[in-house]
Write a protein that binds this ligand. Structure first.
Ligand code: ISE
Length: 339
């Protein structure tokens, strides 16, 4: 069986995923594309021989679409995901699941009413080989209980549309998701403090930011978000336990020795750094759809939790670093495990 995917949103990440679905993943084809910019939809659809429909609702209900990929503008995600659930079709939604916790909860409720999981959220780090190895080490238990996590999330630069709240909503959200999963623990509070600001930023932006999270079991996570670090796209993560630590490996790169120096390149682009993770994420999603099984990746509940926690971080930033609790509804049994 070939899964016929309809894509809502043909921007940069939509185009990258369309290429992935048609050139990298086997067992999938893109049959329909829609975008608010109809010329762009037509152009992108033509590259893969897909049809164009004028709206997300028509695409989702098309008989030529078995599964839906939502890569449109964040504030439109909730509507498309809810429509996909109403149509009973599997839906992969890029982050965020929705821009408000209330909308995330509406999705959670709709999915529960449907009775089985249909939604997967695009937190790709859970599919990165380095994070997966860390998860295995932590689950094996040889490091003892995790106590602290030290992380850095650095981007070389960001466009001027990027504003201070996006450090949590768009950037730290990846650590928030992957650490809930790695530790199998829930985050209960967030605090954001700002050191001296880099001069290499747009005036409106607080950069860097230091975020501190606490989990139910008392693990403390410190995360440096520095989105104008200039030198590269650099993701660091170290979990310290009672008997040792485990560290995320840097992506492999050749070592070059010349002129009295030893150097390895630092990736510059998150799409390159996590290319393998994105490929695996889509392979596994298509495999679950093909099997008629529930998706195994991040759930609608994970999308809700991430939004509640990023909201707490933004509130902390806006209140000069107060500790803000992440007040979540109780996790429904429908979504299994602790985090
Ligand atoms: C972007 O949206 C991403 O998802 C990247 O992984 C992240 O590093 C970047 O800061 C975000 O803007």
């Amino acid at each position: 069986m070939t899964v016929r995917v309809g894509v809502v949103g043909a921007g940069m990440i939509g185009q990258d995923h369309i290429r992935r679905l048609t050139e990298v993943v086997t067992g999938a084809t893109v049959t329909v594309v829609t975008d608010l910019d109809s010329a762009r939809a037509a152009e992108v659809a033509a590259t893969v021989g897909a049809a164009v429909l004028p709206s997300g609702a028509e695409l989702i209900n098309s008989p030529d679409v078995d599964a839906v990929l939502v890569t449109s503008w964040g504030p439109t995600h909730a509507e498309h995901v809810l429509n996909a659930i109403a149509a009973g079709k599997p839906v992969f939604c890029e982050k965020p699941l929705a821009t408000t916790a209330e909308d995330c909860l509406r999705i959670v409720e709709a999915e529960r009413a449907h009775g089985s999981r249909l939604v997967q959220v695009g937190f790709m780090r859970r599919f990165d080989p380095g994070y997966r190895q860390m998860k295995e080490v932590l689950a094996a238990g040889s490091l003892g209980a995790p106590l602290m996590v030290h992380c850095a999330h650095r981007n070389p630069t960001v466009p001027d549309a990027y504003h201070s709240a996006m450090a949590a909503q768009d950037t730290a959200v990846h650590e928030i998701d992957v650490l809930r999963w790695l530790l199998d623990d829930e985050i209960i509070s967030a605090q954001v403090v700002t050191p001296r600001a880099t001069s290499k930023r747009f005036e409106h932006l607080k950069d860097p930011q230091i975020m501190i999270f606490e989990t139910v079991s008392g693990v403390r996570i410190d995360l440096e978000v520095f989105v104008n670090c200039q030198y590269g796209y650099d993701i660091q993560c170290e979990v310290v336990g009672e008997d040792g630590l485990v560290r995320l490996p840097d992506p492999s790169a050749v070592g070059i020795r010349t002129a009295a120096r030893h150097a390895t390149a630092v990736t510059q682009d998150w799409k390159v750094r996590f290319a393998e993770a994105f490929d695996t994420e889509f392979r596994e999603w298509i495999a679950s759809v093909t099997a008629g099984a529930e998706p195994t990746g991040p759930s609608a509940w994970d999308g809700y939790a991430a939004t509640v926690i990023t909201d707490a971080a933004v509130r902390s930033l806006e209140t000069d670093g107060t500790v803000v609790s992440a007040d979540m509804k109780p996790r429904p049994a429908f979504y299994g495990g602790a985090a």
